[in-house]
Design a protein around this ligand. Structure first.
Ligand SMILES: Nc1ncnc2c1ncn2[C@@H]1O[C@H](COP(=O)(O)OP(=O)(O)OP(=O)(O)O)[C@@H](O)[C@H]1O
Length: 437
Protein backbone atom coordinates (compact mmCIF):
# COMPACT_ATOMS: atom_id res chain seq x y z
CA UNK A 1 0.00 0.00 0.00
CA UNK A 2 1.49 3.32 -1.04
CA UNK A 3 1.18 6.45 1.03
CA UNK A 4 1.52 8.73 -1.99
CA UNK A 5 -0.92 11.62 -2.23
CA UNK A 6 -3.07 11.86 -5.37
CA UNK A 7 -0.79 14.59 -6.70
CA UNK A 8 2.26 12.41 -6.17
CA UNK A 9 0.56 9.46 -7.84
CA UNK A 10 -0.28 11.58 -10.89
CA UNK A 11 3.26 12.82 -11.12
CA UNK A 12 4.56 9.24 -10.94
CA UNK A 13 2.19 8.27 -13.76
CA UNK A 14 3.38 11.31 -15.74
CA UNK A 15 6.77 9.65 -16.02
CA UNK A 16 5.30 6.94 -18.23
CA UNK A 17 2.11 8.26 -19.76
CA UNK A 18 1.63 11.42 -21.77
CA UNK A 19 -1.52 13.47 -21.24
CA UNK A 20 -4.79 11.81 -20.12
CA UNK A 21 -4.94 13.94 -17.00
CA UNK A 22 -8.52 13.08 -16.05
CA UNK A 23 -7.87 9.35 -16.08
CA UNK A 24 -4.72 9.77 -14.03
CA UNK A 25 -6.57 11.90 -11.50
CA UNK A 26 -9.37 9.38 -11.20
CA UNK A 27 -7.10 6.42 -10.55
CA UNK A 28 -4.98 8.48 -8.16
CA UNK A 29 -8.05 9.32 -6.09
CA UNK A 30 -9.16 5.70 -6.15
CA UNK A 31 -5.79 4.58 -4.85
CA UNK A 32 -5.70 7.22 -2.16
CA UNK A 33 -9.19 6.21 -1.11
CA UNK A 34 -7.88 2.76 -0.42
CA UNK A 35 -5.26 4.17 1.87
CA UNK A 36 -7.94 6.30 3.55
CA UNK A 37 -10.10 3.25 4.07
CA UNK A 38 -7.22 1.41 5.69
CA UNK A 39 -6.99 4.20 8.26
CA UNK A 40 -10.60 3.64 9.30
CA UNK A 41 -11.63 1.26 12.04
CA UNK A 42 -14.29 -1.39 12.46
CA UNK A 43 -17.64 -1.18 10.75
CA UNK A 44 -16.87 2.01 8.82
CA UNK A 45 -13.94 0.32 7.16
CA UNK A 46 -16.19 -2.44 5.90
CA UNK A 47 -18.82 0.01 4.67
CA UNK A 48 -16.57 2.02 2.39
CA UNK A 49 -16.77 0.51 -1.07
CA UNK A 50 -14.39 1.33 -3.89
CA UNK A 51 -15.64 3.78 -6.49
CA UNK A 52 -15.01 1.80 -9.62
CA UNK A 53 -13.95 3.59 -12.78
CA UNK A 54 -15.14 3.50 -16.36
CA UNK A 55 -12.50 4.64 -18.83
CA UNK A 56 -13.87 5.72 -22.17
CA UNK A 57 -11.51 6.21 -25.08
CA UNK A 58 -10.21 4.79 -28.35
CA UNK A 59 -7.72 1.95 -28.47
CA UNK A 60 -4.05 2.50 -27.68
CA UNK A 61 -4.32 5.78 -25.82
CA UNK A 62 -3.12 4.61 -22.42
CA UNK A 63 -6.11 3.07 -20.61
CA UNK A 64 -4.39 -0.18 -19.75
CA UNK A 65 -1.04 1.48 -19.28
CA UNK A 66 -2.37 3.91 -16.65
CA UNK A 67 -4.01 1.08 -14.72
CA UNK A 68 -1.02 -1.21 -14.94
CA UNK A 69 1.39 1.50 -13.82
CA UNK A 70 -0.92 2.40 -10.96
CA UNK A 71 -0.94 -1.20 -9.80
CA UNK A 72 2.82 -1.40 -10.00
CA UNK A 73 3.17 1.82 -8.06
CA UNK A 74 0.93 0.45 -5.33
CA UNK A 75 2.49 -3.01 -5.43
CA UNK A 76 -1.07 -4.22 -5.99
CA UNK A 77 -2.10 -7.46 -7.69
CA UNK A 78 -3.46 -6.64 -11.14
CA UNK A 79 -5.18 -8.60 -13.91
CA UNK A 80 -6.46 -7.53 -17.28
CA UNK A 81 -9.35 -9.42 -18.86
CA UNK A 82 -11.24 -8.85 -22.06
CA UNK A 83 -14.94 -8.86 -21.24
CA UNK A 84 -15.66 -10.36 -24.67
CA UNK A 85 -13.78 -13.47 -23.61
CA UNK A 86 -16.87 -14.53 -21.72
CA UNK A 87 -19.13 -14.29 -24.75
CA UNK A 88 -17.19 -17.03 -26.52
CA UNK A 89 -18.82 -20.36 -27.08
CA UNK A 90 -18.29 -22.77 -24.24
CA UNK A 91 -18.09 -20.28 -21.43
CA UNK A 92 -20.46 -20.69 -18.54
CA UNK A 93 -21.58 -18.09 -16.05
CA UNK A 94 -19.32 -18.96 -13.16
CA UNK A 95 -16.24 -18.75 -15.37
CA UNK A 96 -16.01 -15.06 -14.55
CA UNK A 97 -14.87 -16.12 -11.09
CA UNK A 98 -11.67 -17.28 -12.72
CA UNK A 99 -10.72 -13.58 -12.89
CA UNK A 100 -10.51 -13.54 -9.12
CA UNK A 101 -8.62 -16.81 -8.97
CA UNK A 102 -6.09 -15.42 -11.45
CA UNK A 103 -5.78 -12.32 -9.32
CA UNK A 104 -4.98 -14.44 -6.27
CA UNK A 105 -2.27 -16.27 -8.19
CA UNK A 106 -0.72 -12.94 -9.14
CA UNK A 107 -0.91 -11.87 -5.51
CA UNK A 108 0.79 -15.07 -4.38
CA UNK A 109 3.63 -14.33 -6.80
CA UNK A 110 3.96 -10.74 -5.58
CA UNK A 111 3.88 -11.65 -1.91
CA UNK A 112 6.33 -14.49 -2.36
CA UNK A 113 8.71 -12.17 -4.21
CA UNK A 114 8.50 -9.64 -1.40
CA UNK A 115 8.91 -12.17 1.38
CA UNK A 116 11.81 -13.79 -0.43
CA UNK A 117 13.63 -10.49 -0.09
CA UNK A 118 13.26 -10.70 3.67
CA UNK A 119 14.84 -14.11 3.96
CA UNK A 120 17.41 -13.54 1.25
CA UNK A 121 20.46 -13.25 3.50
CA UNK A 122 19.84 -16.60 5.11
CA UNK A 123 18.86 -18.15 1.81
CA UNK A 124 22.14 -16.95 0.35
CA UNK A 125 24.17 -18.75 2.99
CA UNK A 126 22.23 -21.96 2.40
CA UNK A 127 22.57 -21.59 -1.36
CA UNK A 128 26.34 -21.31 -1.02
CA UNK A 129 26.44 -24.56 0.93
CA UNK A 130 24.52 -26.28 -1.81
CA UNK A 131 26.81 -24.98 -4.54
CA UNK A 132 29.78 -26.25 -2.54
CA UNK A 133 28.13 -29.60 -2.16
CA UNK A 134 27.54 -29.77 -5.90
CA UNK A 135 31.18 -28.91 -6.50
CA UNK A 136 32.99 -31.15 -4.03
CA UNK A 137 30.38 -33.68 -2.94
CA UNK A 138 28.93 -34.38 0.48
CA UNK A 139 31.92 -36.24 1.86
CA UNK A 140 34.69 -33.74 1.12
CA UNK A 141 36.91 -32.74 4.05
CA UNK A 142 36.31 -29.39 5.71
CA UNK A 143 39.66 -28.19 4.37
CA UNK A 144 38.68 -28.94 0.77
CA UNK A 145 35.36 -27.28 1.32
CA UNK A 146 37.00 -24.17 2.68
CA UNK A 147 39.45 -23.88 -0.14
CA UNK A 148 36.61 -24.20 -2.65
CA UNK A 149 34.56 -21.72 -0.69
CA UNK A 150 37.32 -19.17 -1.05
CA UNK A 151 37.60 -19.79 -4.80
CA UNK A 152 33.86 -19.58 -5.07
CA UNK A 153 33.70 -16.24 -3.30
CA UNK A 154 36.51 -14.90 -5.48
CA UNK A 155 34.42 -15.75 -8.53
CA UNK A 156 37.01 -18.21 -9.87
CA UNK A 157 34.44 -20.95 -10.32
CA UNK A 158 31.70 -18.83 -11.89
CA UNK A 159 31.76 -20.60 -15.24
CA UNK A 160 32.07 -24.13 -13.91
CA UNK A 161 29.11 -26.33 -14.69
CA UNK A 162 27.28 -28.07 -11.87
CA UNK A 163 24.11 -30.04 -11.42
CA UNK A 164 21.63 -28.92 -8.80
CA UNK A 165 18.25 -30.14 -7.59
CA UNK A 166 15.60 -27.48 -7.28
CA UNK A 167 11.91 -27.60 -6.59
CA UNK A 168 9.89 -27.99 -9.75
CA UNK A 169 7.80 -24.88 -9.66
CA UNK A 170 6.51 -25.28 -13.20
CA UNK A 171 2.87 -26.11 -13.49
CA UNK A 172 4.02 -29.56 -14.53
CA UNK A 173 2.15 -32.63 -13.53
CA UNK A 174 -1.53 -32.65 -14.17
CA UNK A 175 -2.98 -29.38 -15.33
CA UNK A 176 -5.66 -27.91 -13.11
CA UNK A 177 -8.85 -27.65 -15.08
CA UNK A 178 -12.32 -26.49 -14.44
CA UNK A 179 -15.07 -29.03 -14.19
CA UNK A 180 -17.89 -27.61 -16.30
CA UNK A 181 -20.91 -26.73 -14.25
CA UNK A 182 -19.04 -27.07 -11.00
CA UNK A 183 -17.96 -23.70 -9.67
CA UNK A 184 -14.47 -23.74 -8.25
CA UNK A 185 -14.13 -27.23 -9.66
CA UNK A 186 -10.45 -26.72 -10.19
CA UNK A 187 -10.12 -26.62 -6.43
CA UNK A 188 -10.77 -30.31 -6.17
CA UNK A 189 -8.54 -31.15 -9.08
CA UNK A 190 -5.64 -29.17 -7.77
CA UNK A 191 -5.96 -30.75 -4.37
CA UNK A 192 -5.74 -34.15 -5.95
CA UNK A 193 -2.58 -32.96 -7.65
CA UNK A 194 -1.14 -31.91 -4.32
CA UNK A 195 -2.10 -35.20 -2.77
CA UNK A 196 -0.50 -37.15 -5.58
CA UNK A 197 2.74 -35.27 -5.35
CA UNK A 198 2.80 -35.80 -1.60
CA UNK A 199 2.12 -39.50 -2.04
CA UNK A 200 5.02 -39.66 -4.44
CA UNK A 201 7.46 -38.38 -1.87
CA UNK A 202 6.73 -34.79 -1.06
CA UNK A 203 7.67 -31.90 -3.29
CA UNK A 204 8.85 -32.67 -6.75
CA UNK A 205 12.37 -31.63 -7.59
CA UNK A 206 14.13 -31.31 -10.87
CA UNK A 207 17.83 -31.73 -11.64
CA UNK A 208 19.28 -28.85 -13.62
CA UNK A 209 22.67 -28.32 -15.17
CA UNK A 210 23.85 -24.74 -14.90
CA UNK A 211 26.97 -22.71 -14.26
CA UNK A 212 27.94 -21.87 -10.70
CA UNK A 213 27.16 -18.23 -11.36
CA UNK A 214 23.67 -18.88 -12.66
CA UNK A 215 22.89 -21.50 -10.06
CA UNK A 216 22.76 -18.81 -7.39
CA UNK A 217 19.51 -17.23 -8.52
CA UNK A 218 17.85 -20.62 -8.68
CA UNK A 219 19.21 -21.80 -5.37
CA UNK A 220 18.56 -18.58 -3.51
CA UNK A 221 14.94 -18.68 -4.70
CA UNK A 222 14.68 -22.34 -3.81
CA UNK A 223 16.15 -21.82 -0.35
CA UNK A 224 14.03 -18.71 0.22
CA UNK A 225 10.92 -20.71 -0.56
CA UNK A 226 11.92 -23.28 2.04
CA UNK A 227 12.40 -20.54 4.61
CA UNK A 228 9.11 -18.90 3.73
CA UNK A 229 6.12 -19.74 5.78
CA UNK A 230 3.72 -20.85 3.04
CA UNK A 231 0.67 -20.25 5.22
CA UNK A 232 1.83 -16.71 5.76
CA UNK A 233 2.33 -16.22 2.01
CA UNK A 234 -1.24 -17.36 1.38
CA UNK A 235 -2.65 -15.28 4.21
CA UNK A 236 -0.96 -12.13 2.97
CA UNK A 237 -1.85 -12.83 -0.66
CA UNK A 238 -5.53 -13.24 0.14
CA UNK A 239 -5.41 -10.05 2.13
CA UNK A 240 -3.64 -8.19 -0.72
CA UNK A 241 -6.17 -9.46 -3.24
CA UNK A 242 -9.17 -8.49 -1.16
CA UNK A 243 -7.92 -5.05 -0.18
CA UNK A 244 -5.53 -3.96 -2.94
CA UNK A 245 -6.51 -6.04 -5.96
CA UNK A 246 -7.22 -4.25 -9.24
CA UNK A 247 -9.17 -5.87 -12.09
CA UNK A 248 -9.00 -4.21 -15.50
CA UNK A 249 -12.02 -5.17 -17.60
CA UNK A 250 -11.30 -4.28 -21.19
CA UNK A 251 -13.83 -4.07 -24.03
CA UNK A 252 -16.76 -3.59 -21.70
CA UNK A 253 -18.47 -1.65 -24.50
CA UNK A 254 -18.65 -4.81 -26.56
CA UNK A 255 -20.93 -6.45 -24.01
CA UNK A 256 -22.96 -3.32 -23.48
CA UNK A 257 -25.93 -3.88 -25.74
CA UNK A 258 -29.17 -4.72 -23.99
CA UNK A 259 -31.40 -5.09 -26.97
CA UNK A 260 -30.65 -7.61 -29.67
CA UNK A 261 -33.16 -10.15 -28.47
CA UNK A 262 -31.65 -13.19 -30.00
CA UNK A 263 -28.21 -14.75 -30.05
CA UNK A 264 -25.23 -12.63 -29.14
CA UNK A 265 -27.31 -9.90 -27.52
CA UNK A 266 -28.64 -12.29 -24.94
CA UNK A 267 -25.26 -13.67 -24.03
CA UNK A 268 -23.82 -10.16 -23.73
CA UNK A 269 -26.39 -9.20 -21.20
CA UNK A 270 -25.75 -12.54 -19.57
CA UNK A 271 -22.06 -11.71 -19.19
CA UNK A 272 -22.97 -8.41 -17.57
CA UNK A 273 -25.18 -10.28 -15.13
CA UNK A 274 -22.38 -12.71 -14.38
CA UNK A 275 -19.89 -9.92 -13.79
CA UNK A 276 -22.21 -7.96 -11.56
CA UNK A 277 -21.83 -10.01 -8.37
CA UNK A 278 -18.05 -9.80 -8.59
CA UNK A 279 -18.25 -6.03 -8.81
CA UNK A 280 -21.00 -5.73 -6.22
CA UNK A 281 -19.13 -7.95 -3.82
CA UNK A 282 -19.40 -11.68 -3.46
CA UNK A 283 -17.34 -14.54 -2.11
CA UNK A 284 -15.37 -16.62 -4.57
CA UNK A 285 -13.97 -20.05 -3.79
CA UNK A 286 -10.28 -20.24 -4.59
CA UNK A 287 -7.88 -23.05 -3.94
CA UNK A 288 -6.44 -21.00 -1.10
CA UNK A 289 -9.80 -20.44 0.54
CA UNK A 290 -12.81 -18.16 0.14
CA UNK A 291 -12.18 -14.64 -1.03
CA UNK A 292 -14.40 -11.56 -0.72
CA UNK A 293 -14.48 -9.28 -3.76
CA UNK A 294 -16.16 -6.30 -2.05
CA UNK A 295 -13.10 -4.08 -1.94
CA UNK A 296 -11.41 -5.05 -5.19
CA UNK A 297 -11.12 -2.06 -7.52
CA UNK A 298 -12.60 -2.59 -10.97
CA UNK A 299 -11.51 -0.41 -13.86
CA UNK A 300 -13.68 -1.05 -16.88
CA UNK A 301 -12.72 0.32 -20.24
CA UNK A 302 -14.00 0.61 -23.75
CA UNK A 303 -14.14 2.81 -26.82
CA UNK A 304 -17.95 3.09 -26.79
CA UNK A 305 -18.01 3.93 -30.48
CA UNK A 306 -21.23 2.04 -31.09
CA UNK A 307 -22.78 1.44 -27.68
CA UNK A 308 -22.93 3.92 -24.82
CA UNK A 309 -22.35 3.48 -21.11
CA UNK A 310 -26.10 3.92 -20.71
CA UNK A 311 -26.53 0.66 -22.64
CA UNK A 312 -25.00 -1.23 -19.75
CA UNK A 313 -27.32 -2.79 -17.20
CA UNK A 314 -28.42 -0.13 -14.72
CA UNK A 315 -26.90 -2.08 -11.83
CA UNK A 316 -23.57 -2.19 -13.63
CA UNK A 317 -23.72 1.51 -14.49
CA UNK A 318 -24.24 2.21 -10.82
CA UNK A 319 -21.19 0.20 -9.92
CA UNK A 320 -18.99 2.20 -12.29
CA UNK A 321 -19.75 5.67 -11.02
CA UNK A 322 -16.55 7.40 -12.04
CA UNK A 323 -16.44 8.14 -15.75
CA UNK A 324 -13.32 9.45 -17.40
CA UNK A 325 -12.68 10.15 -21.01
CA UNK A 326 -9.33 9.60 -22.64
CA UNK A 327 -8.75 11.58 -25.76
CA UNK A 328 -7.31 10.39 -29.06
CA UNK A 329 -3.58 11.07 -29.33
CA UNK A 330 -2.23 13.68 -31.70
CA UNK A 331 1.10 14.24 -33.37
CA UNK A 332 2.49 16.27 -30.48
CA UNK A 333 1.58 13.49 -28.08
CA UNK A 334 3.43 10.99 -30.24
CA UNK A 335 6.52 13.20 -30.25
CA UNK A 336 6.35 13.35 -26.46
CA UNK A 337 5.72 9.61 -26.14
CA UNK A 338 8.82 8.99 -28.22
CA UNK A 339 11.04 11.36 -26.32
CA UNK A 340 9.75 12.15 -22.86
CA UNK A 341 8.51 8.92 -21.34
CA UNK A 342 10.79 6.85 -19.22
CA UNK A 343 12.07 3.92 -21.26
CA UNK A 344 10.49 5.40 -24.40
CA UNK A 345 10.92 3.48 -27.63
CA UNK A 346 13.72 5.82 -28.70
CA UNK A 347 15.57 5.25 -25.42
CA UNK A 348 15.06 1.51 -25.73
CA UNK A 349 16.50 1.34 -29.24
CA UNK A 350 19.47 3.49 -28.25
CA UNK A 351 20.17 1.19 -25.29
CA UNK A 352 19.77 -1.96 -27.38
CA UNK A 353 22.17 -0.73 -30.06
CA UNK A 354 24.65 0.31 -27.42
CA UNK A 355 25.02 -3.34 -26.45
CA UNK A 356 26.35 -3.88 -29.97
CA UNK A 357 28.74 -0.93 -29.72
CA UNK A 358 26.61 1.19 -32.07
CA UNK A 359 25.99 4.77 -31.06
CA UNK A 360 22.49 5.59 -32.24
CA UNK A 361 21.09 9.12 -32.31
CA UNK A 362 17.80 10.53 -33.52
CA UNK A 363 17.52 14.08 -34.79
CA UNK A 364 14.49 16.19 -33.90
CA UNK A 365 13.26 16.17 -37.46
CA UNK A 366 13.44 12.36 -37.48
CA UNK A 367 11.22 12.20 -34.43
CA UNK A 368 8.85 14.69 -35.97
CA UNK A 369 8.71 12.61 -39.12
CA UNK A 370 8.14 9.34 -37.20
CA UNK A 371 5.27 10.90 -35.28
CA UNK A 372 3.81 12.35 -38.48
CA UNK A 373 3.91 8.99 -40.25
CA UNK A 374 2.26 7.26 -37.28
CA UNK A 375 -0.54 9.82 -37.27
CA UNK A 376 -1.07 9.50 -41.03
CA UNK A 377 -1.19 5.73 -40.86
CA UNK A 378 -3.65 5.83 -37.99
CA UNK A 379 -5.85 8.05 -40.14
CA UNK A 380 -5.50 6.09 -43.38
CA UNK A 381 -5.28 2.46 -42.27
CA UNK A 382 -6.70 2.02 -38.80
CA UNK A 383 -6.41 3.98 -35.61
CA UNK A 384 -4.42 1.83 -33.22
CA UNK A 385 -3.17 4.76 -31.17
CA UNK A 386 0.34 4.78 -29.75
CA UNK A 387 0.82 1.15 -30.75
CA UNK A 388 1.44 2.48 -34.26
CA UNK A 389 4.74 3.91 -33.09
CA UNK A 390 6.02 0.41 -32.42
CA UNK A 391 5.39 -0.90 -35.91
CA UNK A 392 6.80 2.21 -37.55
CA UNK A 393 9.91 2.26 -35.38
CA UNK A 394 10.56 -1.41 -35.95
CA UNK A 395 10.42 -0.91 -39.70
CA UNK A 396 12.68 2.15 -39.67
CA UNK A 397 15.28 0.39 -37.57
CA UNK A 398 15.02 -2.97 -39.24
CA UNK A 399 18.23 -2.61 -41.25
CA UNK A 400 20.29 -1.31 -38.35
CA UNK A 401 18.96 -4.00 -36.03
CA UNK A 402 20.10 -6.62 -38.52
CA UNK A 403 23.51 -5.12 -39.30
CA UNK A 404 24.40 -3.88 -35.83
CA UNK A 405 26.96 -6.60 -35.04
CA UNK A 406 28.93 -5.60 -38.16
CA UNK A 407 28.82 -1.95 -37.24
CA UNK A 408 30.50 -2.21 -33.85
CA UNK A 409 32.26 1.03 -32.96
CA UNK A 410 30.30 3.23 -35.39
CA UNK A 411 27.74 5.97 -34.94
CA UNK A 412 24.44 6.05 -36.77
CA UNK A 413 22.26 9.12 -36.99
CA UNK A 414 18.61 8.74 -37.87
CA UNK A 415 17.32 11.91 -39.50
CA UNK A 416 14.17 12.76 -41.41
CA UNK A 417 15.75 11.66 -44.69
CA UNK A 418 16.54 8.26 -43.21
CA UNK A 419 12.99 7.83 -41.95
CA UNK A 420 11.61 8.88 -45.32
CA UNK A 421 13.90 6.46 -47.12
CA UNK A 422 12.84 3.51 -45.00
CA UNK A 423 9.12 4.00 -44.52
CA UNK A 424 8.12 7.00 -46.62
CA UNK A 425 6.89 5.17 -49.71
CA UNK A 426 5.48 2.37 -47.70
CA UNK A 427 3.42 4.65 -45.51
CA UNK A 428 1.84 6.31 -48.53
CA UNK A 429 0.81 2.97 -49.97
CA UNK A 430 -2.27 2.17 -47.91
CA UNK A 431 -2.63 -1.37 -49.22
CA UNK A 432 0.90 -2.31 -48.34
CA UNK A 433 0.85 -0.50 -45.00
CA UNK A 434 -2.08 -2.59 -43.95
CA UNK A 435 0.25 -5.57 -43.82
CA UNK A 436 3.55 -4.07 -42.86
CA UNK A 437 3.10 -1.00 -40.71
N1 LIG B 1 -0.71 8.46 -23.46
C1 LIG B 1 0.29 7.59 -23.62
N2 LIG B 1 1.54 7.87 -23.20
C2 LIG B 1 2.54 6.97 -23.36
N3 LIG B 1 2.40 5.78 -23.92
C3 LIG B 1 1.19 5.43 -24.36
C4 LIG B 1 0.07 6.32 -24.23
N4 LIG B 1 -1.00 5.72 -24.74
C5 LIG B 1 -0.61 4.52 -25.16
N5 LIG B 1 0.71 4.33 -24.95
C6 LIG B 1 1.47 3.13 -25.29
O1 LIG B 1 0.75 2.40 -26.27
C7 LIG B 1 0.59 1.04 -25.93
C8 LIG B 1 -0.87 0.66 -25.85
O2 LIG B 1 -1.53 1.40 -24.84
P1 LIG B 1 -2.62 0.78 -23.87
O3 LIG B 1 -2.34 -0.68 -23.69
O4 LIG B 1 -2.70 1.60 -22.66
O5 LIG B 1 -3.91 0.92 -24.76
P2 LIG B 1 -5.44 1.00 -24.31
O6 LIG B 1 -5.86 2.43 -24.31
O7 LIG B 1 -5.64 0.25 -23.07
O8 LIG B 1 -6.15 0.27 -25.52
P3 LIG B 1 -6.99 -1.08 -25.52
O9 LIG B 1 -8.34 -0.73 -24.99
O10 LIG B 1 -7.04 -1.47 -26.97
O11 LIG B 1 -6.26 -2.07 -24.70
C9 LIG B 1 1.31 0.84 -24.62
O12 LIG B 1 2.54 0.22 -24.90
C10 LIG B 1 1.57 2.23 -24.08
O13 LIG B 1 2.82 2.30 -23.49
Amino acid sequence: MTTFSPREIVSELDRFIIGQKDAKRAVAIALRNRWRRQQLEGQMREEVMPKNILMIGPTGVGKTEISRRLARLAGAPFVKVEATKFTEVGYVGRDVEQIIRDLVEIAIGLVREKMREDVKARAHINAEERVLEALVGKTASPATRDSFRKKLRDGELDDKEIEIEVADTGTGGMPGFEIPGMPGGSVGVLNINDMLSKAMGGKKTKARKTTVKESYTLLVNDESDKLLDQDEVVRRALDATENDGIVFLDEIDKIASREGGMGAGVSREGVQRDLLPLIEGTTVATKYGPLKTDHILFIASGAFHVSKPSDLLPELQGRLPIRVELRALEKDDFVRILTETEASLIKQYIALMKTEGVDLTFTDDAIDSLAGIAVDLNASVENIGARRLQTVMERVLDEISYDAPDRNGTSVTIDAAYVEKHVGDLSRNTDLSRFIL
